[in-house]
Design a protein around this ligand. Structure first.
Ligand code: HEM
Length: 340
């Protein structure tokens, strides 16, 4: 991840103006290609795979697709064509990896080596499906979270949240030196983590979580009223509402990363379902740690190496999508610096 991020931002000039949305989308795509799919796809098919994933996201994330996934409309036809082509590419990549006998250090390799409990190997099309599922689950969500983190840091709190995040980087460079950015160092970035959590709380990339009741049960609300949930009923909860409940989060409409810091820890105030951008329970996001890690790698690099200013209005939310991101461009000016 670190190498991909350094290479990508190494190509920026001394100063300039960029659309953060486009830049972070691309750098995350490079990380996904490297860490999940492997160097072979990244080096030979990056543009094609990026284009097909873009087709999949642009045409498959509308609310209509969630409730009527097989509606015969043009976006769904384009989504399905992109899914079929990606399936072919990943299928071929799995076959090539198996026949080459080479072992790489990526998620594709883990899947190629994995077996079911009865010893049966996972098939090529199953692996292709798992890879597409993982990228679908992780790409747009991480891009949305990374962009909101930047938009919030650069817009809210009169610069004091940004300065706190920069100061943390200064301290870390002082302790470990500029060159060392590894798993342990990234885990020390508590202030940055709180900034990401707060962006996720206010702008959760998944705005509906849906479950079906496998058995009948009852729930009691805070005001004492009771509800019976019959077996087979569908339940929907929204992190956008859950993460702004005023009895859990103080001043819920204010961007305040310190609410997650020592002494407050508002993500734990109401128990394990207080903070739900990654859902919770049995189907909690499997990529949560990976997502924090890649957003930290990106933002620690940007904070250390650039002075940034947002020059477009604070973005609206794309509420018509079930993985909403910031609407329109998020324009930012940058100037290189070396944080000491
Ligand atoms: C900030 C980034 C991310 C957010 C906000 C997020 C959010 C979520 C949410 C809310 C769910 C539950 C969906 C539901 O139950 O209906 C989920 C599930 C999942 N996520 Fe993530 N996700 C993120 C990144 C990732 C990444 C990077 C990966 C993989 C590389 C990933 C893989 C998965 C998988 C495999 C599931 C399904 C888990 C299951 O059903 O058991 N996610 N994610």
């Amino acid at each position: 991840m670190v190498r991909e991020v350094e290479d990508y931002f190494g190509k920026w000039g001394e100063h300039g103006t960029v659309d953060l949305k486009q830049e972070l989308g691309l750098v995350l795509m490079r990380i996904a290609n490297r860490c999940l799919l492997g160097e072979q796809i990244r080096d030979n098919m990056f543009d094609e795979v990026t284009h097909l994933l873009h087709e999949l996201f642009e045409n498959g994330l509308h609310m209509a697709s969630l409730f009527f996934p097989y509606l015969p409309i043009t976006p769904h036809r384009r989504r399905d064509a992109a899914r079929a082509k990606l399936g072919e590419i990943f299928h071929e990549a799995v076959r090539a990896r198996r026949t080459s006998g080479r072992a790489e250090n990526d998620v594709l390799q883990k899947l190629v080596e994995s077996r079911y409990a009865d010893g049966r190997p996972v098939t090529e099309s199953e692996i292709a499906g798992l890879l597409i599922g993982m990228i679908f689950a992780g790409q747009h969500t991480s891009a949305s979270a990374a962009i909101w983190t930047g938009a919030c840091l650069l817009s809210h709190g009169d610069g004091r949240h940004l300065e706190a995040a920069v100061e943390e980087q200064r301290q870390i460079i002082f302790r470990h030196g500029r060159e060392r950015v590894d798993y342990d160092v990234l885990r020390e970035m508590g202030t940055l983590r709180c900034c990401i959590m707060e962006a996720l709380r206010m702008h959760a990339p998944a705005n509906v979580i849906i479950r079906q009741a496998n058995k009948s049960f009852g729930v009691q609300a805070r005001d004492g009223s009771r509800y019976a949930i019959p077996k087979g009923h569908t339940l929907v909860t929204s992190p956008a509402v859950n993460n702004r409940l005023p009895h859990i989060f103080e001043d819920p409409h204010v961007y305040d990363p310190s609410r997650f810091g020592p002494g407050r820890e508002e993500d734990k105030v109401g128990g394990k379902f207080s903070f739900t951008p990654f859902s919770a329970g049995r189907h909690v996001c499997l990529g949560e740690d990976y997502a924090y890690m890649q957003i930290k790698v990106i933002w620690s690099h940007l904070l250390r190496n650039f002075e940034l200013k947002i020059v477009s209005p604070f973005p609206d939310e794309e509420w018509e999508k079930f993985i909403p991101g910031p609407r329109g461009k998020v324009m930012v000016t940058y100037k290189r610096r070396l944080l000491e």
